[in-house]
Design a protein around this ligand. Structure first.
Ligand SMILES: O=C(O)[C@H](O)[C@@H](O)[C@H](O)[C@H](O)COP(=O)(O)O
Length: 266
């Protein structure tokens, strides 16, 4: 049960949890419910993951009751961003998700859409976009009614202390990319330098977007996002996450929410 939940017209639903255990349960419930509803509606569930602490916070989904109730064979798994390193490198977001979650449940290996780690960042981004285009063509991935973008059922993001999401960093050109679905960086401000990432139009075309943020070092960025402080080029990447569906949920722990002015109402 979230300690406090607030719906904000512009910035989405904010769920603030007393501790990480409550956040983990709420996040697993949220993902399992979306999975059930999209499997019922479309026969598949297309979920895009990020790296970072998100994966550890999502691990409850591999435990009872979710491990038995989630229809894993219907999942198609993507990465909203990936580091261009080999798949067994400790920096790989694929490895993080595989070790933490995917190896513990019965997903179908051909439904796990990971980066080609044998080519350059540019080629890997192009190839990843091509894979997504094929799956949009066959309607495994839904398509947005208002843009030609893919409409993932759920994009799960983390947020860095400077407000970056996926591998979209403040002031970096990748943040302004409007034409590509997947772009690449060779100069990421955070290591490793080479990455691929969904662009903002793709993130904002998703049916559901959730951002999972914990820890006091993120409290300042969280406050800026909720207050919508900043305009134009001074916006944090996280402030630019505004899905057209308006289904945006923030999962916070009390430390990340410590600068917000929200009264608890459990
Ligand atoms: O590969 C990456 O770098 C991530 O996808 C990145 O966007 C991450 O989600 C944030 O940096 C938050 O990470 P933490 O939750 O670990 O702070």
């Amino acid at each position: 049960m979230a300690l406090s939940s607030v719906i904000h017209e512009d910035t989405g639903e904010w769920r603030i949890h007393e501790n990480l255990d409550e956040l983990r349960t709420d996040l697993a419930d949220y993902v399992a419910e979306l999975s059930e509803s999209y499997v019922k509606e479309r026969g598949v569930f297309c979920i895009a993951l990020s790296g970072g602490s998100l994966i550890d916070l999502l691990r409850k989904i591999c435990e009872a009751p979710y491990n038995k109730t989630v229809d894993w064979a219907r999942w198609h798994i993507f990465w909203a961003d990936e580091r261009v390193v080999s798949k067994n490198h400790p920096d790989s977001n694929y490895k993080l998700a595989k070790d933490g979650i995917l190896s513990k449940v019965s997903v179908i290996p051909s439904h796990v859409h990971s980066l080609n780690d044998a080519v350059s960042a540019e080629a890997a981004a192009n190839e990843y976009e091509f894979t997504i285009r094929q799956l949009v063509r066959t309607r495994v991935i839904d398509v947005s009614e208002i843009s030609d973008c893919p409409k993932f059922d759920l994009v799960l993001l983390g947020m860095g202390p400077q407000g970056h999401v996926a591998s979209l960093f403040r002031g970096h050109n990748a943040l302004n990319e409007k034409d590509e679905w997947v772009t690449f960086l060779t100069d990421s401000p955070n290591p490793p330098p080479e990455r691929i990432t969904f662009t903002l139009p793709v993130i904002n075309s998703a049916s559901n977007v959730a951002v999972v943020v914990t820890g006091e070092n993120k409290a300042g960025a969280v406050k800026s996002v909720m207050n919508s402080a900043g305009t134009g080029c001074s916006l944090l990447p996280a402030q630019m996450v505004r899905p057209a569906s308006r289904k945006l949920v923030w999962f916070l722990d009390s430390a990340a929410a410590s600068e917000l002015d929200i009264s608890p109402c459990s």
